[in-house]
Design a protein around this ligand. Structure first.
Ligand code: CAO
Length: 415
């Protein structure tokens, strides 16, 4: 079966996590992704967080599937000449260097656009234009600068970063979407364009509901869905809401049977208005269905703490999976807190290809997260990440370099 992006060539100048997330996705959709790395070193993550001596780390392998790797020293004149030919023959250049690095290399937008007017040039940067545009940025900086950390955690604790890599992988997803839009526009315009996804902006986009709440707070001075209501105080900015949903349907993380020894024996329980009678019945409080203190969503917002404490007395009598089974039959929205161990072993994720076992010639078998986006006419087969420079000869000969020229470039330590 053909692939959605078959025929598109991506020149992949990305490293670490944000950019590689984007290009891996494009590769899974069928694009030919050619990752350019520095000879001898490669992407710094190849050697970071190593669990097997001499093998590419899981950090690298899990972000660079389905790509080809070429090594080119793009600071040497002959390397720049090779790069020029690759630029002329590819559709998209993706990079997430520190600000200015591509210009210093001699390949700013004007130059690339002159070499290949159809090329889309896509960049991740920490910040967009403005005061901080020249800063280097990693994941947690983006979470802090994008509004996630100030709104995550408990009210009486410090700002908190999340385990989900919304700054890196989240921005990579944004960039991939921008690239696809630019390629679609190219069908009409015939021109490439610049695509920029700043990490601060991507995180803020994912924190959109908190900017909603900021404006609600400024208008009304309170937010009834937040745990600070009705007893606590609100300040000027959206407070941290712990595990409250903060949205229209109150929710909480509650202990389940086994919580004393299992750090993940918890369930997220949502008291959706539509199933309130079912909630009351299952926890053994049928009188709450008509009791005016609990009967309406507005009334319940005044008593969320005691309501969830009562529900927790019930969830503590069941394991999280038993509670799931009972609550799902009643249509009560809930979700078990799953550990990474449980997710790695989850049969449905294995069956759907979202958790995949991959074989690697140096490190052997390992698990990875496959393509979470499923296209019915473009299925994804996850193939292992490339070794450093594994495809240098193959790619250069595809771009018209003769074996003698390749040997000469190698002798000059350009590739
Ligand atoms: N041949 C020769 N030189 C190469 C090369 C190649 N094939 N590939 C890269 N280089 C050079 C670059 O030209 C640059 O050189 P100069 O600094 O002399 O111009 C240098 O390698 C490395 O660039 P860098 O500054 O991007 O790398 P860093 O490790 O210092 O910084 C990071 C890393 C992530 C902080 C920075 O790249 C960045 O801020 N990127 C944008 C935001 C981003 O994506 N952050 C998320 C990273 S994932 O957590």
């Amino acid at each position: 079966m053909s692939k959605a992006l078959a025929g598109y060539r991506i020149l992949d100048f990305t490293h670490v996590q944000s950019g590689p997330t984007c290009t891996q996705l494009l590769a899974w959709f069928g694009a030919d992704v050619i990752k350019v790395e520095r000879a001898g070193e490669g992407d710094a993550t190849r050697g970071q967080l190593r669990d097997i001596a001499g093998a590419d780390s899981l950090y690298f392998t899990m972000l660079n599937h389905n790509k080809r790797s070429v090594t080119i020293d793009t600071k040497k004149p002959q390397g720049k000449a090779v790069l020029e030919r690759l630029i002329a023959g590819c559709d998209v250049l993706v990079e997430n260097f520190a600000p200015g690095a591509l210009d210093r290399m001699g390949f700013g937008w004007e130059r690339i656009h002159a070499l290949n007017p159809r090329m889309v040039v896509a960049s991740v940067k920490g910040f967009g234009p403005g005061k901080y545009e020249l800063c280097k940025v990693y994941e947690n900086v983006a979470q802090c600068a994008g509004g996630s950390a100030s709104t995550t955690g408990f009210d009486d604790g410090p700002p908190m970063v999340t385990g989900a890599q919304i700054g890196d992988s989240g921005t990579g997803l944004h960039l991939a979407l921008g690239i696809l839009a630019a390629l679609l526009q190219r069908h009409q315009s015939g021109r490439g364009q610049k695509v920029l996804a700043p990490m601060q902006d991507a995180v803020l986009n994912l924190c959109r509901v908190k900017l909603r709440d900021q404006q609600r707070l400024e208008r009304t001075g309170t937010m009834h869905e937040y745990p600070q209501y009705p007893d606590g105080e609100f300040g000027e900015a959206v407070p941290r809401a712990g595990n409250a949903s903060g949205g229209g349907q109150p929710g909480a993380i509650l202990r389940c049977k086994g919580w004393e020894t299992d750090p993940n024996a918890y369930i997220y329980f949502i008291t959706q208005a539509a199933v309130w009678p079912a909630v009351c019945k299952v926890i053994g409080e049928p009188n709450w269905i008509d009791d005016e203190a609990y009967a309406t969503p507005a009334a319940r917002l005044l008593h969320l703490k005691p309501i969830f404490a009562r529900i927790e007395r019930w969830t503590m009598t069941r394991t999280k999976f038993e509670a799931m089974d009972i609550l799902n039959q009643l249509d009560i929205p809930c979700g078990p807190i799953l550990s990474m161990k449980e997710l790695a072993e989850e049969p449905s994720l294995r069956a759907s290809g979202t958790v995949v076992e991959v074989d690697h010639p140096v490190r052997g078998k390992y698990l990875t997260v496959g393509n979470p986006i499923k296209l019915s006419d473009s299925p994804t087969e996850v193939t292992r990440s490339p070794l450093l420079g594994e495809h240098t000869d193959e790619v250069l000969s595809q771009f018209g370099f003769s074996p003698a020229q390749i040997d000469a470039l190698r002798a000059e330590r350009v590739i």
